[in-house]
Design a protein around this ligand. Structure first.
Ligand code: ADP
Ligand code: ZN
Length: 526
């Protein structure tokens, strides 16, 4: 039964919803019409329904690849609670016993199961691939599709082999879904799954009710946090730290200050973690101090603040973690504490990793640094990072918009930067370009003989602090872009080329200067 005319009726009958949310209907129609589909939708946007509903309406079995075993069980329970007569859902992963796997397969073969959640490694297992070859597949849904890319915040190599398994099992439409994807990640997903012609849907990532702020991280950070919590009594909040040790220390400090707080990280017993999670949901505690291990799949609508004790490793992660605030549409404060020392520490940790991974890590970290140090609207920066233009100049809901810095004329600096990018044949990173315009002849620059170019050191008599803000704001204004293939390489856009012919006023704001007086010992492992 692939009749799509009654979609809305089926939505009501099976799920009890009156209307589709956002692009859901169009996504479902495309999938049921046999197209590959790519869905970029923020958390809470309603992605699951985009494959759950069609799986129950279409002939055959829908295979959903998902990385999280814990969430699989949850989703399966939900589906089975509502759709007995339309078919059932199962999951296949390493947690099942042989007899359970046999039962799942029996239900698939009898046609009872319409929706099967599989971990990527289970899908790729030859024994399962061989089994699925004899099953009629309605479509493949790849959830958390950013796991395919090393540029996402959760790379899982097994995701790379999905297309190969699909080809062996038998091609059916593929729908890829994710809540976090830059252009780079999106390109990786489409390419790795071989669905470059997919119909693409993208909803806005703007969360208008969230307030963004970056504060300097000083040696008083613990006091600052206690003070903030005391000023917001009884409100639910999450505080993210990088290391388990810090998580435990801070939770202890908060409790010593009569704040109802608990620690959460992957090193604690499953039982303790589940207990803490319940306490938070039931409001027996107000604050969770956690590593990034906390949060996936947790749906507490009234989290009023998310604090980052340490700077996150990527803006994708940051967006994801702050996204847990204000799900009910009410207030949500997102406060990140920032110090350049933290940044250097993170860079140092990366030194032990393979070179390619280091390079990616460094680029991602530079995006976070730009976010933290820049004085332009934080919302604009975040959305730009996700390929979205925020139309307003002042969002009114970030620290930079509430306390705008005085603008200065950046025209001359912009001309110098754009000319430099051009002279360097649009082939270098921001750092290289900055050194080039400053006239700082690094070994790299000398090797390329770029210190012999006419444009070298064009900006040597200007304030050295102007270059990063000019480049970042030129990116925001669309005069420059970062290359998708070689991420981070600065390219001129058409507007940038035009600007060089006819430069106009370019008001910019200088970066915020962070004093570095934060000291800490110990490690930074999660
Ligand atoms: P995502 O996977 O994008 O984070 P979910 O699929 O978990 O989002 O959906 C978020 C919430 O929205 C869920 O509580 C879900 O039941 C609800 N939802 C999804 N589609 C609809 C709809 N058409 N009408 C009302 N609620 C919906
Ligand atoms: Zn703003």
């Amino acid at each position: 039964m692939t009749n799509t005319d009654n979609l809305k009726k089926e939505l009501k009958r099976i799920f009890g919803f009156d209307n589709f949310k956002g692009d859901q209907e169009s996504i479902i129609r495309n999938l049921m019409g046999g197209h590959d589909v790519f869905v970029l939708m923020p958390t809470g946007g309603g992605k699951s329904l985009c494959y759950q509903l069609p799986s129950l309406l279409m002939d055959g079995l829908a295979i959903v690849v998902s990385p999280l075993i814990a969430l699989m069980k949850n989703q399966v329970d939900v589906i089975n609670g509502i759709s007995e007569e339309d078919g059932v859902a199962h999951y296949l992963n390493s947690s099942l016993k042989k007899s359970e796997i046999d039962q799942v397969k029996a239900d698939i073969s009898s046609g009872k199961t319409k929706l099967l959640y599989v971990a990527p490694e289970s899908l790729n297992k030859q024994e399962n691939v061989d089994y699925f070859k004899n099953v009629k597949i309605s479509f493949y849904a790849i959830d958390e599709a950013h796991c395919i890319s090393e540029w996402g915040h959760d790379f899982r190599p097994e995701y790379r082999k999905i297309r190969e398994s699909v080809d062996q099992i038998g091609r059916a439409p593929i729908i890829a879904l994710t809540a976090t994807a830059t252009d780079k990640v999106r390109t990786d997903i489409l390419r790795s799954l071989g669905i470059e012609d997919a119909v693409q849907f993208k909803s806005s990532f703007n969360r208008p009710n969230l307030y963004y702020e970056v504060r300097p991280k000083t040696k008083n950070i613990d006091k600052d946090i206690v003070k903030y919590i005391k000023e917001n009594p009884g409100k639910s909040g999450i505080i993210y730290c990088l290391s388990r040790k810090k998580v435990e220390e801070l939770a202890e400090i908060l409790r010593a200050n009569d704040i109802k707080a608990a620690a959460y990280h992957a090193g604690l017993d499953a039982e303790v973690r589940s207990h803490t999670q319940d306490d938070f949901l039931q409001e027996r505690i107000d604050i969770i101090v956690a590593t990034i291990a906390f949060g996936m799949g947790i749906d507490k609508p009234d989290v009023r603040f998310v604090i980052h004790y340490d700077i996150p490793k990527s803006l994708e992660g940051y967006y994801q973690e702050t996204g847990r605030a204000g799900r009910d549409g009410q207030e949500g404060d997102c406060i990140a504490f920032y110090s350049q020392k933290d940044l250097k520490k993170l860079e140092k940790f990366m030194e032990n990793k393979p070179v390619a991974e280091q390079e990616i890590g460094r680029q991602l970290l530079q995006e976070t640094q730009a976010y933290a140090e820049s004085s332009v609207c934080r919302r604009k920066m975040l959305l730009h990072y996700f390929g979205e233009e925020y139309p307003k100049d002042n969002c009114g809901m970030c620290d930079n918009c509430r306390n705008p810095k005085k603008k200065i004329e950046g025209k001359d600096a912009l001309v110098i930067v754009l000319s430099a990018v051009k002279a360097l044949k649009e082939n270098f990173h921001q750092e290289y370009v900055v050194n080039f315009v400053k006239g700082f002849a690094t070994d790299d620059i000398r090797d390329h003989h770029h210190d012999e170019l006419e444009e070298f050191a064009e900006g040597s008599d200007m304030d050295v602090a102007i270059w990063n803000p000019v480049i970042r704001q030129a990116l925001l204004a669309g005069y420059l872009r970062k290359d998708v293939e070689n991420y981070g390489i600065l390219k001129l856009t058409a507007a940038g080329k035009k600007y060089l012919d006819n430069p106009t006023s370019f008001p910019i704001v200088m970066d915020t200067v962070f004093k570095d007086d934060y000291e800490e010992e110990g490690d930074g492992a999660t």
